[in-house]
Design a protein around this ligand. Structure first.
Ligand code: PGA
Length: 240
């Protein structure tokens, strides 16, 4: 059975004073049967690492493919690892859109994550235009083929399906749409890789998504910022 993960993505939100929410989440998820990850802005990882957490693991949100060098403003996978991260999101659609990251960039970043000892959370997703043109599965398979290096293992890779049109819009994909994609991903990636859904996941819609056979958890943006919103999602996953 694939590992279940509830992963939060704080995006460009949070100051050190907000790390109390991570500690609240940590308390709230004690005893639950899934893993909980919060992917923090790079500036907060080192501070979070010093806090007395017992359950929540920490991730970064992107990394450069090189270990160091003349790349102003970038952060390497080794830097994230040293600061206390054990996971890193790669290929998020906001990085692809805002920073022009391509599948081959993402592939190099997955390799960098592995080189540094981080688990890569690889995001893939179609735009609304691609879905309406009937291209969803071919776009997603193309992103996987273009961005996965050789040597994938369930210990080092998590895949998150995040339809671009569902991110931050309040417009969650229907269980039928999610099932169609996740069944195809399972077929392609084998029985053990964890497959997360992301895009407007909230406590109110989490249970029906987690009831789907090939959904092993969620990547949650807005609803991961507050323990009061996120802990019920983690509980729904643990109960599923
Ligand atoms: P959202 O973001 O939950 O706010 O839609 C999800 C994501 O981008 O990972």
């Amino acid at each position: 059975m694939p590992q279940k993960y509830a992963a939060g993505n704080w995006k460009m939100n949070g100051l050190v004073s907000d790390l109390t929410e991570v500690l609240e989440i940590d308390k709230g998820v004690a005893g639950l049967s899934c893993k909980t990850i919060i992917c923090l802005p790079a500036t907060l990882i080192y501070a979070a690492d010093g806090d007395p957490r017992q359950h929540v693991e920490i991730g970064g949100q992107c990394c450069h493919s090189a270990p160091s060098g003349a790349h102003t403003g970038d952060v390497s996978a080794e830097m994230l690892f040293e600061a206390g991260a054990t996971y890193v999101i790669v290929g998020h659609s906001e990085r692809r859109a805002d920073h022009g990251e391509t599948d081959s960039d993402v592939r190099a970043q997955v390799g960098a994550a592995w080189r540094a000892g981080l688990v890569a959370i690889l995001c893939i997703g179609e735009t609304l235009e691609q879905r309406e043109a009937g291209e969803t599965l071919s776009v997603l398979m193309g992103q996987l083929d273009g961005s996965l290096p050789e040597g994938v293992t369930p210990e080092a890779l998590i895949v998150a399906y995040e339809p671009v049109w569902a991110i931050g819009t309040g417009k969650v994909a229907t269980p039928e749409q999610v099932a169609e994609v996740h069944d195809a991903l399972r077929e392609k990636l084998g029985p053990e890789i964890s497959l997360l859904y992301g895009g407007s996941v909230k406590a109110a819609n989490a249970a029906e998504l987690f009831a789907l056979t090939n959904v092993d958890g969620a990547l949650v943006g807005g609803a991961s910022l507050k323990a009061a919103d996120f802990v019920p999602i983690v509980k729904a996953l643990s109960d599923s």
